[in-house]
Design a protein around this ligand. Structure first.
Ligand code: GAL
Length: 772
């Protein structure tokens, strides 16, 4: 029997629990401001305690899914054990510490960054937070129970091999195991086996099964029942997928099919509460990556992440590169021994996820330490021979101990070759994968000017294109999904690394549109607001359409200007179509000019706009003269025509329409014109929440939008937020739009109804919640 112990913990900064607060898990030991947060605020020792009931004392197991970072656990005042990792789960068998009836658990949580295990020991480019941020549960089990199930479905075609390794707490000859493979409630395989030793290995074959892949993430359930004299005494259920994945030097293959990996790195941190977010918020990040940013892989930089996030990756078909905690620093032998243990915990706890395709067994960007890394590789391979190892490095040709040569490539400065040549990185023959790029090379705030945001987006696009066409690369994983709070040695002085393709609330920036354009749904994002004040001299030379369409048609004030196509060498789904002619045939059509006059006039207009003065060189004056004579118009008239078609300073306000064309059809339209109304677009991931195993959280994102649903990047208005009923805000009640975007989180306080009232732009918006 499993009981969750997530509610009503006493939390205090001292062991005698004076001034304690009642808190629920996931819990962060402090609430941080979004900007200018200090890493000193969460670095202290805190104490959590709670009571729990025990009904029978055969085997009582207590599991903590995440405590940042060192946990000393006491039951009924007696020390039970220590756990040294803020990212992996740990279980203690507390049978000898409990009595039937009420018991007390106390956890001393050390969240200081001077601990002698990863990621600590040197500077770190992310906050490490503190508190008991993962759920806690109690299992009351019989004398015999299932300790672990490791399941693997590997196949590319029939027969579908199925392999489960079931470990019991101890052996008894009267035990048997009943395994069932279930597909959507239909039992596909029924397998009864007499237990012969502590570990049973079951091999079976299915003639028919659906493969798990990125487009059809078919999952099967495995139910394992432990029987004693024919009676079920324990059971475990989990999901798995039939799939075969392999990195080769030709690239990454899933079920025999080559997939270019296109991904982003994720920190599992959130505004205000750091790591302390429950299930729905974790799942939401996987959805954000897969459904909004349309990536096919995520790297869980730089530590194992919430099982809820991984479960959702399994369900969505989002591939995962998971890795051990650490950042650039390798400590002493004791530190290394802990890290080897982290590898063990990571593999043991995550190896059932079909989404995981490799294990990162090096400390991110560390020096070679062959003895240590030979061990980390060995441990990972011993515990799961079905997956390859990788390790993220930044030193070229570093020791080749892993199965995949993965490395961070921060070579791109905007105008050079976007990725390093193979010869500059690695001389071996193993598969290669870029695990980070961009990031600190071009930090970009949602409220940076348009030129900066466009450059950010284009740099992502250019690196994607470079790795897409590089035969030796299995793909690339960009830095990073969203902005994150960091230590003072990093970031923009505001405690934030603005490296995300989305802001801290997961509002996609323009660079997010580059990734989204690789998705299946029709997609068009235009890089400019078409407002003259954004461009030097008021001159717009180029706009990018991030799209998966074939072409983009431009209209000015509803008159067709021109159709634009992707570059010939661009076979990627996501394209950056360059739009660089905003006059097209308009002069020829409207003014009845000849083609040559029209082209000459365009040249004059573009010259005037790009140079910003009217002292024309002889060649332009000659063109003007040519048009004047050919079309029989005065210079004054010519000047008026110029103004009419120029997108430059002081020209009439214009309405630009962009149509994305796919297979001859208009699949999406974007309109950019002067703003007439400002409204608040509210996106909420769920209005029916579940206050059950623990509290629930709804993610809410805000965007200021114009009448055409374009985000208004210079809208910095405040929003005031109020809640009623069974929900409360996590974070501030006044939030400011930054770059036209912001967000908040709402947590449930009980079952019932709740309301969020938002005041913005002299309007009131309400959201109703139903909490089950
Ligand atoms: C990398 C590092 C990341 C992040 C990134 C910023 O070197 O691995 O954690 O700091 O730089 O670009």
């Amino acid at each position: 029997m499993r009981t969750y112990l997530n509610f009503d913990w006493q939390f205090a900064k001292n062991s005698d629990f004076t001034n304690s607060q009642v808190v629920n898990i996931p819990h962060s030991n402090c609430i941080l401001p979004i900007s200018y947060a200090s890493e000193l605020d969460y670095q202290f020792v805190s104490y959590y305690r709670n009571t729990f009931n025990v009904e029978a004392i055969s085997n009582v197991l207590l599991t903590f899914t995440a405590v940042a970072h060192k946990a000393n656990v006491y039951v009924n005042g007696k020390f039970v054990g220590t756990h040294n990792c803020g990212y992996t789960a740990f279980t203690f068998n507390i049978t000898n510490y409990v009595a039937i009836g009420q018991n007390l658990v106390t956890v001393e949580v050390d969240s200081r960054e001077n601990l002698n295990f990863a990621p600590f020991g040197n500077v770190i480019d992310y906050l490490t937070y503190g508190g008991m941020y993962g759920e806690v549960y109690l299992d009351e089990l019989n004398e015999y129970y299932i300790e672990d199930v490791f399941v693997n479905g590997y196949a590319t075609s029939s027969p579908f091999n199925f392999n489960a390794e079931i470990t019991l707490n101890k052996y008894c000859s009267k035990l048997s195991l009943l395994c069932r493979v279930i597909e959507k409630e239909e039992v596909k395989l029924n397998y009864l086996e007499q237990v012969k030793e502590k570990v049973s290995v079951i091999f079976a074959k299915l003639d028919e099964a659906k493969l798990w892949d990125v487009d059809n993430p078919n999952l099967y359930q495995l139910s394992v029942e432990l029987l004693l004299d024919g009676k079920v005494i324990d059971s475990k259920n989990l999901s798995f997928g039939f799939r075969d994945c392999k990195f080769t030097k030709e690239g990454f293959f899933l079920n025999g099919k080559k997939i270019k990996l296109r991904g982003l790195n994720r920190h599992q941190s959130y505004a205000y509460v750091g790591y302390a977010m429950p299930k729905r918020a974790q799942e939401q990040d996987a959805k954000f990556l897969k459904e909004e940013l349309c990536v096919n892989i995520v790297r869980t930089s730089h530590y194992p992440q919430s099982q809820y996030f991984l479960d959702e990756c399994d369900r969505l078909g989002l591939l995962v590169f998971t890795e051990i905690p650490g950042w650039q620093h390798i400590g002493d032998k004791q530190w290394q021994a802990q890290s080897i243990n982290h590898v063990k915990e990571m593999v043991m706890q995550y190896r059932n996820h079909p989404s995981i395709i490799c294990y990162g067994v090096r400390i991110n960007e560390s020096f070679d330490e062959d003895e240590f890394y030979s061990q980390t590789n060995k441990v990972a391979r011993e515990l799961d021979c079905s997956r390859q190892t990788a390790g993220v490095r930044y030193i070229a040709n570093s020791s080749d101990l892993e199965d995949i040569y993965s490395y961070n490539d921060f070579v791109f400065k905007g105008d050079n070759s976007p990725v390093r040549k193979k010869s500059k990185v690695y001389s071996g023959a193993k598969p290669m994968l870029i695990t980070e790029f961009n990031g600190h090379m071009y930090p970009t705030k949602s409220y940076d000017n348009e030129k900066h945001r466009v450059e950010h987006a284009n740099r992502h696009y250019k690196v994607i294109k470079a790795y897409y066409y590089a035969k030796h690369l299995a793909g690339g994983i960009g830095w990073c999904m969203s902005d994150y709070n960091t230590h003072k040695q990093f970031g923009s002085g505001d405690g934030i690394c603005h490296h995300g393709v989305a802001d801290i609330f997961r509002n996609a920036k323009l660079a997010g549109a580059v990734y989204a354009s690789f998705g299946k749904k029709p997609r068009l994002e235009v890089s400019s607001s078409m407002d003259k004040g954004e461009w030097e001299r008021g001159y717009l030379d180029k706009v990018y359409a991030y799209t998966n369409a074939d072409s983009v048609k431009l209209y000015l004030n509803n008159q067709f200007v021109k159709e634009f196509f992707a570059q010939k060498d661009d076979n990627m789904t996501g394209k950056a179509i360059v739009i660089d002619d905003f006059i097209g045939n308009l002069i020829q059509n409207n003014e009845k000019f000849s083609l040559s006059s029209s082209n000459a006039t365009k040249k004059c207009i573009n010259y005037a706009l790009s140079h910003g003065d009217s002292s024309f060189p002889p060649i332009i004056l000659l063109k003007m003269l040519f048009v004047k004579l050919r079309e029989k118009v005065s210079f004054k008239k010519l000047f008026e025509i110029g103004q009419k078609y120029a997108t430059g300073w002081g020209s009439d306000s214009a309405s630009y329409k962009f149509e994305a064309i796919k297979d001859g059809e208009v699949v999406q339209t974007v309109i950019k014109e002067p703003v007439t109304t400002v409204d608040l677009a509210i996106d909420v991931n769920a209005t029916t929440l579940v206050h059950g195993q623990t509290y629930d959280v709804a993610n809410i994102r805000f965007r200021a939008v114009d009448q055409n649903n374009n985000t208004l990047p210079y809208c910095f208005e405040p929003l005031t937020l109020k809640t009623q009923g069974s929900i409360e805000l996590i974070g501030d009640s006044v939030v400011t739009l930054l770059g036209g975007m912001s967000g908040t989180y709402l947590k449930t306080t009980s079952k019932g109804n709740g309301k969020l009232i938002i005041n913005a732009f002299d309007k009131t918006y309400t959201l109703d919640f139903n909490i089950e």
